[in-house]
Design a protein around this ligand. Structure first.
Ligand SMILES: Nc1nc2c(ncn2[C@@H]2O[C@H](COP(=O)(O)OP(=O)(O)OP(=O)(O)O)[C@@H](O)[C@H]2O)c(=O)[nH]1
Length: 523
């Protein structure tokens, strides 16, 4: 279960009880606030943050904005969402680049927080944005730290500045200082300085980090903290703020089973914004942090905008238009479908992307069971077809399907299911293509590096008052998923979205509808 999973479940339970009431009495509000307070404390959120948060929610929930609301329960959820966005830093904040390159970014944090990995992730992300980053190995504490950074730099495809053995190897301040000169000479426009972490906060580690900071005068100092750290988060953050000070926070291991309190406490306690989130070991498990989207995920409102950004980053505009043309003219083939799926997989784990759909909180178990190997099995079936069959699925008669099944080690039923799903999705996407790209709120110029959520214009027929939920509902509806889809049984293989045999999930989009969304995202 990913970070915030438990908090998200507790808040969902609280809101479900709340929705059974019409008007809310002060006693109802107090009971709700007490449940929210307990859920936050159990999630390791710092007491001072919990007090501040629940105080604000209670004050607003007892006010007219709820008393006079048509749907008091929904208004309370809206208040919790807004206050959650506020303690997560409010507006999204991006890297402040230097007017005159190079921009210097220094990483600080405890050992094992994920700084070295983060350095690679950040460099790769910047390189995708046409920057030329240089990683600097100023973590000379651990014998293999320099080598680890060199490996990460290789994976990220970026340059690294590391001391030659014997050349200032013992002096991280000198290495850091020399790296700036080197970057200017070689015209690297961003320098990312990885510093030593050590277990627990200690004076000489702080001093070293502070000396490096003085030597390189960085544009950003990013405090890297592991979301699994729990209650120690606040003390550690405060110690680093006093010892080195920092301009922004990076949360790592958000994919873990952390209760999430660190994330919810650090920004609020230090007054420093969370700028990035690391959500796994791979260099692509990295994303800019958006307080409003994180709040939506915690409240299980989904995060369609990140989902679309990730899908868009996997597909170029021209490719998407070409596909739309194929859908509209009935020339979309199994060949196209295979290449779309392979690109969609390039956008990152399908399981992770599906987890960003609204209302998937109730499908945690199914998502856990979701087997990405289904995609491989689907690929095997299509690749066992002849070119002619892939170009024209009408050729697929019984004997051909039998041959394909044997050739791919699957059953004829699997082949039949795949062809049926492909035809369903092509038909659905043809409808969408003929109707033009669905107007998904915020889909326009999807918020770029500056981040932030576009206010969603109220769409005809969308239900909820919450902009996040509205965007999610409209996007889901546009992709053929009814947000409150009836309980369904997700079947076996076939469209590569088998959620495991015979699994059902109340209120979850059906497998066909998820398949449609996968196809929609693949456009
Ligand atoms: N699951 C998960 N693992 C992560 C994440 N970020 C880093 N890790 C892992 O955490 C471990 C520590 O990462 P490092 O980058 O070496 O941490 P560090 O802060 O550089 O540690 P020192 O170099 O000792 O200071 C490695 O095994 C990483 O693969 C993440 O977001 N999720």
């Amino acid at each position: 279960m990913a970070t915030f999973g438990n908090l998200s479940d507790r808040l969902a339970e609280t809101f479900k009880n709340l929705r059974t009431k019409g008007k809310l009495s002060p006693a109802d509000v107090d009971a709700t606030v007490r449940e929210i307070r307990r859920a936050l404390l159990d999630a390791d959120v710092a007491l001072e943050v919990v007090k501040d948060f629940t105080g604000k929610v209670r004050e607003r929930a007892l006010g007219d904005e709820v008393n006079k609301a048509l749907n008091p329960a929904q208004q309370v959820v809206q208040i919790v969402n807004e206050e959650l966005v506020a303690i997560l830093g409010g507006e999204a904040r991006r890297i402040q680049f230097a007017k005159k390159p190079p921009t210097v970014i220094m990483l600080a944090g405890l050992q094992g927080a994920g700084k070295t990995t983060l350095a690679g992730k950040l460099a790769k992300w910047l390189a995708k944005d046409n920057h030329t980053p240089l990683l600097v190995a100023a973590d000379l504490q651990r014998p293999n730290a320099v080598n680890q950074l060199q490996v990460v730099a290789g994976q990220a495809g970026v340059a690294v500045f590391a001391p030659e053995p014997g050349n200032g190897t013992g002096n991280p301040v000198k290495v850091a200082k020399d790296s700036i000169k080197f970057a200017i000479d070689k015209q690297y426009d961003v320098v990312i300085v990885d510093t030593a972490g050590r277990l627990g906060v200690d004076a000489d580690m702080m001093k070293q980090a502070s000396d490096i900071r003085k030597a390189v005068d960085p544009d950003e100092v990013l405090f890297v903290i592991d979301a699994m750290i729990g209650q120690d988060a606040v003390a550690t953050a405060k110690a680093f703020q006093d010892g080195v000070d920092f301009t922004g926070v990076v949360l790592t291991k958000l994919d873990g089973d952390a209760r999430g309190g660190a994330a919810l406490s650090v920004a609020s306690v230090t007054g420093r914004p969370i700028i990035f989130a690391s959500t796994g070991e791979s260099l692509d498990d990295f994303e800019p942090f958006y307080p409003d989207r994180m709040a939506s995920r915690i409240l299980d409102l989904g995060d369609i905008l990140t989902l679309i950004e990730q899908a868009q980053s996997a597909f170029d505009e021209g490719e998407a238009m070409k596909m739309a043309e194929k859908f509209a003219t009935d020339t979309f083939t199994l060949e196209d479908f295979l290449s779309q799926m392979q690109q969609l997989r390039g956008a990152g784990s399908i399981k992770k992307m599906m987890g960003m759909l609204p209302g998937m909180g109730g499908m945690k178990q199914q998502l856990e069971n979701f087997d990405e190997r289904e995609i491989v099995r689907t690929e095997a079936i299509i690749q066992s077809m002849t070119k002619a069959e892939r170009q024209n699925s009408k050729l697929l008669n019984g004997s051909r399907r039998l041959r394909i099944a044997k050739g791919s080690g699957m059953t004829v039923t699997d082949v039949n299911q795949l062809v049926q799903r492909f035809e369903q999705a092509a038909k659905m996407m043809k409808t969408v293509a003929k109707g033009g790209m669905p107007n998904i709120p915020g889909m326009g110029p999807v918020p770029g590096a500056h981040g932030g959520r576009k206010q969603v214009a109220k769409k005809k027929g969308s239900k909820s008052g919450n902009p996040a939920k509205r965007a999610a509902e409209d996007a889901a509806r546009a992709a053929g998923i009814k947000p409150d889809a009836a309980p369904v049984t997700a079947g076996g293989s076939g469209f590569g979205l088998g959620l495991g045999k015979g699994k059902s999930a109340p209120g979850a989009p059906s497998e066909e509808e998820l398949a449609s969304l996968q196809k929609f995202l693949g456009r």
